[in-house]
Ligand binder design. Structure first.
Ligand code: ZN
Length: 631
């Protein structure tokens, strides 16, 4: 390692047991207790000298035994010890992870952490405990702890690869190949290649696709798992992460860069996908074994944290406003030679959950932008009016003694709807005792939302952290977890709200609710998201009067649709046509080239031609497998 000499001089060679990479950072394991107590200052000075983050930790051979350390930590926390949910020891890295409820309420936290360092010699790291217990969060943290020896070695090798010698050679080039997710929505995947690096942006599945269209085109010669240096993920929706475990099945052993919430959400959705395949009697394309492999290779990265990921590519995530943890991906390539911004999916106005996507950067030459709602007709109604409309329909429904069913997607829309309804109840726009039933996988996803308040919109974050009001755990929400619960809601309960997956009435408990509730004209069915052609949801909003639905016993039943059917368009997590154009117009600095992806063909072309005409930037709509030289 080229920094060894500087580090040895600063710390003293006799104190050092080993110097290792931890991805793009450097960790020095030492044997001197006294030096360890005071090591923060030295680490900071070293970091500014070698322009890398430096951590100084005690070598695992010198730390206090785990059971003794656990008792000591509890004592040091004193009156706050009941805030501890769990302590995990990553023994090979001398890290102790302390899971705390509401860590912001402990004012003396810094003194406590210093004391733990001093008395146990472990390096403490604080994580927020989920307020709603979450199996997936626990499993991921458990796997990362169990694999800590592997992860230590993996991150050391990764650092060696990242910092291999590099200098720009004459004729330097950068190329983007579109393996999926262009001129369509689904299976997003872009290969970015330079002379020295190959990275992938997203790896999604296309649920509407068959055969070769189901996944990105991994069958091309440019793609080989052994040559990929890194995979970077924008957000946890399956059209962006559904193929990721498949790449591990092919033998990939490199890093996957994601924000921390994206890791939790993507594992949840991938496991759910396997489950759905099994229930349908289909062979899933991968198993939990590959998801386990993926978890071992994840490198979590917060927004704004600049990181080298290959010798000539530097990555930074920025908020995208789409779902929890969703990120814009900024790549500084060739030591500033060319800068790429890939939006993933994004939103450019505030929602209940998130602030709008960031639009000011130091440099951008190429913009790769989504176009889900890029068509001329894709103008969404005003958001505040949409909130009001939703509350009005619920209010009318319960006043006439009916039930309001809201079919939703589990990640994003569900939580947005929960917040709108909770706020209306809190502000007495809906009755105080209104029961809101939350079904399906929504509860598990919402649990993940409670772990990361810092990833939510500022107002919501302040409400949770400063005012101690967490709308996600409001008493109005009732979890539905069994068929017995569902029966009682359908047959015994009075007026209420039911929020349930799936969003398009294709599978999931929402179909069962619909079957029983659709005949009564007092009830309402409120659609809040896009309804794909061919789905039951689409047919219902198109005016279907009678429907044949399969009962859980497998019989076909005919039901009349008398319930009031409503569709609210303004609650999408995607930028609409105006937001897309505003984004390109307001983006600073102005890019030189725009590549339009992630949209139906006509919508992508619509957006590209408008950008070309009004903003006067070169625009492209690549086909699958097109390669574009961007520098
Ligand atoms: Zn998405």
């Amino acid at each position: 390692m080229e920094y060894e000499k500087i580090i040895k001089e600063a710390i003293g060679p006799e104190r050092i047991e080993s110097i290792e990479y931890e991805g793009a950072h450097i960790v020095v394991y030492i044997n001197d207790k006294k030096f360890f107590y005071e090591s923060d200052k030295v680490a900071r000075e070293l970091a500014s000298q070698i322009k890398k983050r430096v951590y100084i930790r005690m070598d695992p051979a010198f730390v206090l035994k785990e059971d003794e350390a656990e008792v000591k930590i509890k004592n040091i926390f004193g009156k706050y010890s009941e805030k501890i949910r769990n302590t995990w020891f990553e023994e090979k890295r001398s890290l102790v992870i302390i899971e705390l409820y509401e860590p912001e309420t402990i004012k003396e936290i810094n003194q406590i952490l210093n004391k733990i360092k001093k008395e146990t010699l472990w390096t403490p790291i604080i994580r927020r405990a989920p307020i709603i217990p979450s199996k997936v969060v626990d499993v991921i943290r458990f796997i990362r702890q169990k694999e800590s020896e592997y992860i230590r070695k993996f991150l050391d090798n990764l650092g060696e690869r990242i910092y291999r010698k590099w200098s720009k050679t004459p004729g330097y080039w950068i190329r983007a190949t579109f393996l999926g997710g262009v001129r369509t929505v689904g299976a997003s995947c872009i290969l970015i290649q330079t002379k020295d690096s190959k990275i992938l942006l997203d790896a999604g599945v296309n649920f509407g696709g068959r055969g070769i269209d189901l996944f990105p085109r991994f069958d091309v010669p440019e793609f080989s798992v052994n040559d990929i240096d890194a995979i970077v993920i924008s957000h946890a929706h399956m059209d962006h992460v559904g193929a990721l475990p498949l790449i591990f099945k092919y033998g990939y052993k490199g890093p996957v860069y994601v924000t921390p919430p994206t890791l939790d959400l993507m594992v949840l959705l991938q496991l759910d996908f396997i489950d759905v395949c099994m229930k349908k009697g289909e062979e899933p394309p991968y198993s939990s074994k590959e998801i386990h492999e993926m978890i071992k290779h994840v490198v979590p990265l917060e927004y704004g944290q600049v990181t080298d990921i290959t010798p000539d590519i530097r990555l930074t995530f920025y908020p995208a406003g789409h779902i929890l943890g969703s990120a814009l991906i900024h790549l500084n390539i060739g030591n500033g030679t060319h800068n790429v911004l890939y939006t993933g999916d994004f939103k450019f106005i505030p929602t209940k959950l998130h602030d709008p996507a960031r639009h000011v950067f130091e440099r951008i030459e190429t913009l790769i932008i989504e176009s889900t709602y890029g068509g001329k007709e894709d103008i969404q109604p005003n958001r505040e009016e949409s909130y009001k409309m939703l509350i009005d329909i619920i209010d009318k429904t319960i006043k006439r003694g009916g039930k309001a069913l809201i079919p939703v997607l589990g990640v994003g829309r569900a939580q947005e709807v929960m917040l709108i309804v909770e706020e209306a109840i809190r502000e007495n726009k809906l009755p105080n005792d209104l029961e809101v039933f939350v079904d399906g996988s929504i509860w598990d996803t919402t649990a993940v939302y409670t772990v990361y308040p810092e990833y939510l919109r500022k107002e919501l974050r302040d409400l949770i952290i400063k005012e101690n009001i967490n709308p996600f755990i409001s008493d109005s929400f009732v979890r539905v977890s069994s068929d017995k619960d569902r029966e009682s809601i359908i047959f015994e309960k009075g007026p209420c709200v039911i929020i349930s997956t799936s969003g398009m009435l294709e599978g999931g408990p929402s179909v069962e609710y619909f079957r029983h509730l659709c005949e009564d004209e007092k009830n309402s069915v409120i659609f809040v998201s896009y309804q794909a052609p061919g789905t039951l949801g689409r047919r219902v909003i198109s005016g279907l009067k009678e429907v044949q639905i399969e009962t859980r016993g497998g019989e076909i039943e005919t039901r009349k649709i008398n319930a009031s059917i409503c569709k609210i368009d303004g609650l999408s997590g995607h930028a609409d046509r105006n937001e897309l154009i505003n984004y390109v117009t307001e983006l600073r600095p102005k890019p030189k080239r725009v590549i339009v992806v992630h949209g139906e063909k006509s919508k992508s072309f619509d957006l590209a031609s408008t950008i070309h005409k009004t903003v006067r930037i070169e625009s492209n709509v690549p086909r699958v497998l097109d390669a574009l030289r961007i520098y």
